[in-house]
Design a protein around this ligand. Sequence first.
Ligand code: ITT
Length: 210
Amino acid sequence: MKIIFATGNKGKLREAAEILGEGFELVTPAMMGITEDIPETGDTLQENSIQKADYLFERLGCDCFADDTGLEVDALGGAPGVHSARYATDGHDFAANMDKLLAELEKVGAMTLEQRTARFRSVITLIWKGEKHFFEGSFEGYIAFEKAGCGGFGYDPVFIPERSQLSEAGMDTVCPEGCTVAECPDDLKNAVSHRGKALRAMAAWLAENK
Ligand code: ITT
């Protein structure tokens, strides 16, 4: 199935292609000649996810989906949340975002792992035959004390998965205790992540309804 994925984020595109597998051919806005940044000015993940999908549907008029993801850190009242991409700067500077996050957690005195609980949350908006459908996923964990690993993208070098999700997926031996997502193989993240859950829910819906 050929479908447009409203993203400019190469890490997301790679993960989505791996998660959805060979049955899907993902087309990006750039491949369709849309090279400007798609606006995301909403106050919630769902609003942004709708905004990105609508933007493409209005221009191309075909089935598409968008993913908006945020990292919610409990000790910071849910920040960076919907502002995850531009937490430290106006651009998508992953290293600066992580440095700011680590500094903010130090400022509030969150110096044990138990005080550093966090989760990624993804909201997918699928526009299918002109109708909107929503799929969500979350991934529980902790913010590490320093960056480690070079896999994944974004905040992965500071995100340590919570263990029970790994054991449920039979993945606990693949990720040694205390390792960040960026230190683990991609298939571990895809099996248990926010995006993995949301995209598999979308694929299951499409299998039933297309
Ligand atoms: P698009 O809107 O073009 O899809 P984006 O990078 O703007 O890409 P989001 O607004 O959804 O995507 O993401 C907000 C931030 O959270 C951004 O800095 C991402 O890199 C980061 N992020 C998203 N998913 C992530 C993941 O699975 N692991 C680590 N960081 C992630």
